[in-house]
Ligand binder design. Structure first.
Ligand code: IMP
Ligand code: MG
Length: 193
């Protein structure tokens, strides 16, 4: 049975990093807009695409540090059904926008792990001919053996070791998302109740 072991990233550290990330993404979008305009092109609308449910908390804080005009189009994908702590393959559960041609898209997820979720989403979105696509993740989980899909992200809040974490949006079996800190878990070897 998995229980909380300890705090890996404290709320203050998360808040500071997320605010810096939001400002950086906004500055990059602003610079991109200026570049496009200098070339006589019109910058496309900024569309944030958070991956539910894990990116809920991160996105709420990130967008409030951005201060640019944007819309938000959440998508629902799932790769860790129920009590699994390793990726079981991604399923699209709905809501992937199909009208992103010409938009400047920022895909937001809680964590980059096997790479399947963000790999799939980047392909689905890039196929629509957006003006640009960026990926922002709060956590970049190091994988010694490499990822199933080699995805590169433009923005990552923290690089963490390859262990299962919960809190600040991340869940185990749907729970713990509301923990303000990001915590590691302990497995006592007994089956889940
Ligand atoms: P990927 O497709 O394997 O890269 O997995 C990404 C998704 O799996 C994330 O959006 C999370 O919802 C979930 N996930 C991956 N690692 C963890 C973890 O350590 N804790 C909780 N959820 C995780
Ligand atoms: Mg999850």
């Amino acid at each position: 049975m998995l229980t909380i072991r300890g705090v890996l990233l404290e709320r203050q550290a998360i808040a500071q990093r997320v605010e810096a990330l939001g400002r950086q993404i906004a500055a990059d979008l602003q610079a991109e807009g200026d570049r496009l305009q200098a070339r006589g092109q019109t910058p496309g609308p900024i569309v944030m695409v958070p991956v539910l449910t894990g990116a809920l908390v991160f996105t709420a804080d990130l967008i409030r540090a951005m201060g640019v005009k944007m819309s938000i189009r959440p998508v629902t994908l799932s790769s860790y059904p129920g009590k699994s702590t390793t990726s079981q393959g991604v399923t699209v559960q709905g809501g992937v926008p199909t009208d992103l041609a010409g938009a400047r898209v920022v895909i937001v997820d809680d964590i980059l792990d096997s790479g399947r979720t963000l790999g799939l989403l980047r392909r689905l979105i890039s196929a629509q001919n957006p003006q640009s696509v960026r990926l922002a993740v709060l956590l970049d989980k190091q994988k010694a053996a490499g990822r199933d899909e080699d995805v590169s992200v433009e923005y990552a809040g923290f690089v963490i070791a390859d262990e299962f974490v919960v809190g600040y949006g991340l869940d185990f079996d749907g729970y713990y998302r509301n923990l303000p800190d990001i915590c590691t878990m302990h497995d006592d070897g007994r089956p889940e109740a």
